[in-house]
Each structure stands twice: as C-alpha cells, then as structure tokens.
Design a protein around this ligand. Structure first.
Ligand code: AMP
Length: 478
C-alpha cells in the first residue's frame, strides 16, 4: 500500500450513480425508478440502455431523470435487461457525449458501460491508445475501458473483462452489458459502493441500497472489492480480477455527505452513522445553547445526534425548498450561489433571541455556511455556534468526489480560527478524525484522504494538473 501526502490541485472528477437489471421484464421502468432514487448522486445528465438479448436501445440526455425520461415510452417497456447512469462532473461535463451509459459497437457486438468513480491512470491509457490510432468519442475517463476491451490483446484471450479491469487504477464501480449478460465490478479498494439485489428471478445492481428499496428489490449483498459479478441466463457467477490490497479504502465522504441516509453503504446505515457523528461532535465540542438546528438535508441526522447527546432541543431553524436540486451538484459556481439563496429560508420564530447550534455535514469553500450564519443573525439569533460533522476538508479527492483545488478549499490554507472568523460564527467545531472513524470496527478500511492528505493509492501525476488541464479536453463538437 502506498501512502503519500500530496499537496496538489484538483482534476476532473465524477460523482455518479449506476443501476442495472438482468432477467426482469420491464427493465426500462425498473432502471428509471432506480435512477430516480439515485438522483442525489448526479443531476447533470442521465441515460438508460436496455436489451432483449438481440437488440439494444438507449436514451440519454442532459438534465434530471424526470426530464430526460418525461416520455416513458421512449424505450421498449418489456425488455428484460439494461443499465442506467446519473451523472455529475466538473469539466468536459455538459456535453451529451459524456452522458452515460456509453454504448459502443465492437467487432463482437454492442457493449454498454456505466461508471461511478475516477480512474487515476485514465490519461496514461488514453494517450497510449490515441498514439496507436484510437479515436475517443468522449472526454470521460470511463471510455478507456472500452478501448482495452476492444484491444485484440484482451479481446482474443480468456477472461477478457477481468483482465481489462485489472489494468485500471483508481476508483471504479462499473456496470457492463453485452448481448448475453450484465456484469458488475468494483475496484480492489472498494472506494465506491455497489450492491446486488433480487427481484423475482432476476437481479439488480445499485450504487446505493435506497434504490433497491424503492424498486421493490431485496438486498442480497455488496459486490466485493476486486470482484467481477456476471449475470447471464445460467445465473450469477463471481470471480476476482485483482488481489485484495492490505486495506480497503471505502470513501468515508459517502458516509459524511454523499449517500442517502436510508442507504446501507459499506454495510452500515448512513443515517445511523451520521447520528453517531452528531453524538461525537456534541462530546468533542459542547456549548451552552438553546436550540440545535440542521442545515437541511445534509446536516439532519448529525444535528439530531448532537441534540440527543447534548440534551439541547432540536428544532427546525431552516426550511428547505424541495423543488430545487442539490446545490453543489450544479458545477458552475454562479449557478450554485444563486440556487443556494433559493434553497433555504430561515424561520425567525424559531431562532429569534436564541443561542443556536447549527449543524452541517462539511465546509468546502465556506461560502454557503457563511451566508447561513448571516441569515441566522439577521433573523435574530443571539449566538451562532457552527458544528461540522467531519474534519476540515483540506485536500482534493482523486477517487471520484468533486472537491475544488486545494487553494479553493477554505481549510486548504486557513486555520479553524480563521475559518470561524470568515463564516462569522461565535464558535466553530469540526469532528475529529478519530470521531470520523469511531463508528467503524474496520477503520483502516476507510479512505480519508480529503481530510488527511494521505492517499491510499498513487494518483499518478494527476496532482500536477489543474482541474482545467485534463488530457481529455473538450472535443470540438457538441
Ligand atoms: P461550500 O462550503 O459553500 O463550498 O459548500 C459546502 C456544502 O456543500 C456542504 O455543506 C455539503 O452539503 C455540500 N458538499 C460538500 N462537498 C460536496 C461535494 N463534493 N459534492 C457535492 N456537494 C458537496
């Protein structure tokens, strides 16, 4: 295992959700519902590919699942297999070409792919194939897998998919569909979640179990790190495509922020873990106050945990407009700033004259919490104590969570006291790293690089690039 503290800038990253089905008539409808439940993982574009074993149809577009699939008859309703994707990305992003699943025609048929994560050796592989004459259709890192699969070196040998996956470094949960089967694979470190469920005689795959509950599927198990699961007409087959590393590297930020509270992620219920974070915060950073409020929805569970442990009553200090999407998921900063203002409203009747503890999941640039502290004060709060249910985010992520450059991360260059002053809070308390890992018996199996700067896997020179200098630039067509 390689551990190296790296002081670097960011690069294109993707936070996505994937959902797949095999052996269930009406796969398109099921995937539609699955993606709808995974919408929080990406709001920029989405797509579904379905097959009846002979033919393949796909539909994708930019926007929310409800927008792209406003007409449900756009795909055949009775085909029995398929995969889908919701996408968020930071650069090269708003192009329809980058919306997944990728669908390609190889010499041996049509392959479809959906990816969640970020490949750290994608630029190297892309350059290698481009040097050899390959033409790339997208600027996503995911497309390199297509080229490896089509490479005669792999195509003509047994265990082609396993061998191709073994070439990839970084974070990946992949769904792959051929005319015969649907496959699911997870990188050997298990950075991103991926689980398997059953519906009748068929199977589903989902980034998070919340999508299973909402599609009537029953959770079976997780795809193991380093495992390739293939489902075809003979059933489920499993093989390992890589040896397990000494420690896994489950992304702890899935627990802090990204995953939905009703999901089981890495074997733990997300809401329960966040409650523990709140409880731990209350012990690490107690304060005399009248009410505890959450920044909804990201701070809800931790705020409840803080309230129960501190004994300070919980109340609703902010009301959220549910008709606006997840703010951070809008890549352009201007769009974010405008929608932050539209997203929350303060309840002056709750906070006026009160000493308020406000709990949120994380501070990235610090702009949103700063606004919120100001609103609370103008609504009459006499003290505002900010509690954050993770340590300071001080380092970029190379494994699929979109954080800005270290320079843009407020904790990248400023102390807690300087951040407190910037956001205008009376006190500011972050959860410690020990607190962050305290819910887990297998704490060494979690990646916390965004807090510690210690990366569990080499980032292969990506840190030298700015986020706008990818080797996979915007292609000249739209
Ligand atoms: P800010 O400090 O203004 O940059 O925004 C921080 C807020 O954005 C946090 O409270 C989270 O709710 C949310 N957030 C943090 N990290 C991410 C991320 N990587 N992707 C999407 N949203 C995030």
């Amino acid at each position: 295992m390689q551990s190296n503290a790296i002081e670097v800038s960011d690069h294109p990253a993707e936070e996505c959700g994937i959902f797949g089905v095999y052996g269930v008539s009406g796969a398109a409808g099921l995937i539609h519902r699955g993606l709808f439940s995974l919408q929080h993982r990406g709001q920029e574009g989405c797509g579904i590919v379905v097959s009846d074993g002979e033919h393949v149809r796909s539909h994708k577009g930019q926007g929310l699942v409800s927008e792209v699939f406003a007409d449900p008859s756009v795909l055949p309703s009775d085909w029995n297999r398929g995969i889908g994707h919701v996408r968020y990305s930071t650069t090269g992003s708003t192009r329809i070409h980058n919306v997944q699943p990728l669908v390609v025609e190889c010499v041996d048929g049509i392959w479809s792919l959906a990816h969640n994560g970020n490949l750290t050796n994608a630029d190297k592989l892309r350059r290698m194939y481009q040097d050899a004459g390959a033409i790339f259709q997208t600027s996503t890192d995911s497309e390199v897998l297509v080229h490896i699969l089509a490479d005669p070196m792999y195509r003509r040998r047994p265990q082609r998919v396993a061998r191709a996956l073994a070439e990839l470094h970084g974070a990946f949960s992949f769904l792959i569909m051929t005319k015969d089967c649907v496959m699911a694979a997870r990188d050997p470190h298990g950075f991103r979640p991926l689980s398997i469920g059953r519906v009748g005689d068929g199977y589903v795959f989902a980034s998070e179990t919340c999508a299973m509950a909402q599609t009537g599927a029953t959770y079976l198990r997780d795809v193991e790190p380093g495992e390739l699961v293939t489902i075809d007409e003979t059933g489920l087959h499993s093989s390992m495509f890589a040896d397990p590393p000494e420690h896994k590297a489950h992304c702890v930020f899935e627990m802090v922020y990204f995953a939905r509270p009703d999901s089981m992620v890495f074997g733990r219920n997300v809401h329960a873990v966040r409650m523990l974070y709140g409880a731990c915060l209350a012990k690490e950073h107690p304060v005399e106050a009248d009410i505890v409020i959450a920044v909804p929805d990201s701070g809800n569970s931790a705020a409840l945990g803080y309230s129960r442990t501190s004994g300070i009553p919980f109340d609703f200090g902010f009301i959220r407009n549910h008709y606006i999407g997840r703010t951070f998921i809008m890549p352009q900063v201007e769009k974010r700033a405008a929608s932050v203002d539209m997203k929350l409203a303060v309840l002056p009747e709750v906070v006026r004259g009160k000493r308020v503890v406000v709990v949120d999941d994380s501070i990235v640039r610090g702009t949103t919490i700063r606004h919120r502290v100001a609103w609370l004060r103008s609504a009459g709060a006499v003290e505002v104590h900010v509690r954050i249910s993770c340590p300071p985010v001080a380092h970029p992520c190379f494994y699929g969570i979109d954080f800005p450059t270290r320079e843009e991360l407020i904790a990248g260059g400023q102390s807690v006291e300087e951040i407190r002053e910037f956001i205008g809070a009376d006190t500011l308390g972050y959860l410690s790293e020990e607190g962050l890992l305290s819910p887990f018996e297998n704490a060494p199996d979690y990646c916390k690089a965004c807090f510690s700067g210690v990366y569990p896997l080499d980032v292969e020179g990506q840190g030298d690039k700015s986020r706008h200098e990818s080797l996979s630039p915007e292609l000249p067509f739209q």
